[in-house]
Design a protein around this ligand. Structure first.
Ligand code: MG
Length: 158
């Protein structure tokens, strides 16, 4: 049986924070603000995987009111989610991500992000696709106030 899931997340850009996308730290004047490391890409991927599994969302599993998750490494949370899925006999098939960000340009980092996600999810590199677009100057992304990410995943029940 094939199961599909959708994920979306956004975080505010702020000075003095690291910009971590898909577990890769990217050089930038601004980083993302949040309770955890605010890795918007990994959060969208977690929600896509949990959605496909019918297991709720990232906030239910890792509440932002819980001090254990302050500045949490979101790639570590993704690894925990993969163990939950494996316990249910669910295997990832593919993940596709779109990052919506005005700057810096994502292109030079796309391969590193896809590789880090693939390694954590336990997929071959070619089953994880990372795309990038901008807000064309419109909305919160276009004004450089934040970054958004969309993800979709499919799972196979063994
Ligand atoms: Mg988030």
């Amino acid at each position: 049986m094939m199961l599909a899931g959708l994920g979306y997340d956004s975080h505010r850009l702020a000075a003095g924070r690291a910009l971590i996308l898909g577990g890769v730290e990217i050089e930038s004047e601004m980083g993302l603000e949040g309770h955890s490391d605010a890795d918007v890409v990994t959060h969208a991927v977690i929600d896509a995987l949990l959605g496909a599994a019918g297991m709720g969302d990232v906030g239910q599993h890792f509440p932002d009111t819980d001090e254990r998750y302050r500045d949490a490494d979101s790639i570590g949370l993704l690894a925990q989610v993969m163990r939950l899925l494996a316990a249910e006999g669910l295997q990832p098939v593919n993940v596709d991500v779109t990052v919506i960000m005005e700057r810096p340009r994502l292109a030079p980092h796309r391969d590193a992000i896809a590789a880090r996600l693939a390694e954590t999810i336990g997929l071959p590199r070619e089953r994880v696709n990372v795309k990038a677009t901008t807000g064309e100057g419109m909305g919160f992304v276009g004004r450089g106030e934040g970054v958004a990410a969309l993800a979709i995943s499919s799972l196979h029940r063994a």
